[in-house]
Design a binder for this molecule. Structure first.
Ligand SMILES: *[C@@H]1O[C@H](CO)[C@@H](O)[C@H](O)[C@H]1NC(C)=O
Length: 223
């Protein structure tokens, strides 16, 4: 019985997910260390939806969401290419490009990305707007995923490049292993109630912070 209680305590401590509702991660400086690792026991994805909100004034390339597997360091990556002014989502190292976006500095941007291995198609949603569906890659994202915010992985869990690091704020990160419906994505974009991620859930997030990343209240305006 004692052993069972100890075991329960150990397993709950190991997972220890936190409810970050109303909070954000602040990445206050450039470098190749500061990041947040998001943990999930799930692997082998046939379908993916990832949503996040971010705020930055960076005038260079930066990663917003970096998922690496042993075989594909850009397993599922949302990357902003500043020189081409394009949002570049990667799946299994294949890149697709979304230009013509109003990616203004110093405002929140809500971005959702869906991808289905069956068709190989992806679709980006940007601030409430569904964008053109594009072929990127078919075949599963397999192997143990390492998911990182704040840095872009050029290896499985490392090789961070400070010139691709994220500086700014990030919140409401969710990931699903299915395609969220258009209505659910719209609800996410409008900050209404939506079905939280079943792979990553901001309201029950299992994560580790390395170096200077702060958890702060999302509220930034005075009422
Ligand atoms: C960004 O886009 C430019 C122009 O299309 C391209 O030459 C460059 O390789 C891209 N940079 C990265 C890091 O993907």
């Amino acid at each position: 019985m004692k052993f069972l209680v100890l075991l329960l305590m150990l397993t709950t401590c190991a997972a220890d997910p936190q409810d970050l509702t109303g909070k954000m991660f602040t990445f206050p400086q450039e470098g190749n260390k500061a990041h947040v690792r998001l943990n999930t026991p799930k692997q082998n994805f046939k379908v993916v939806t990832v949503c996040h909100r971010s705020f930055t004034d960076l005038k260079r390339n930066h990663g917003l969401f970096s998922l690496a597997t042993p075989n594909y360091f850009n397993g599922f990556l949302i990357y902003y290419n500043y020189s081409s002014r394009e949002m570049e989502p990667y799946v299994r190292d294949s890149r697709s490009k979304y230009g013509g976006l109003d990616y203004k500095p110093n405002v929140w941007h809500s971005i959702c990305t869906t991808w289905d291995s069956g068709s190989g198609l992806m679709q980006l949603w940007f601030n409430g707007q569904p964008l053109t569906k594009k072929y990127v890659s078919s075949g599963e994202i397999s192997g143990r995923p390492i998911i990182i915010l704040g840095q872009e992985q050029d290896s499985h869990g490392g090789k961070f490049d400070p010139t691709q690091s994220f500086v700014g704020m990030m919140t409401d990160v969710h990931m699903w292993d299915y395609a969220l419906s258009a209505c659910e994505i719209q609800k996410y974009m409008d900050e209404q109630n939506f079905t939280p991620g079943n792979v990553l859930n901001w309201a029950a997030l299992d994560f580790q912070i390395t170096d200077r990343v702060l958890i702060e209240s999302k509220q930034m305006t005075c009422h």
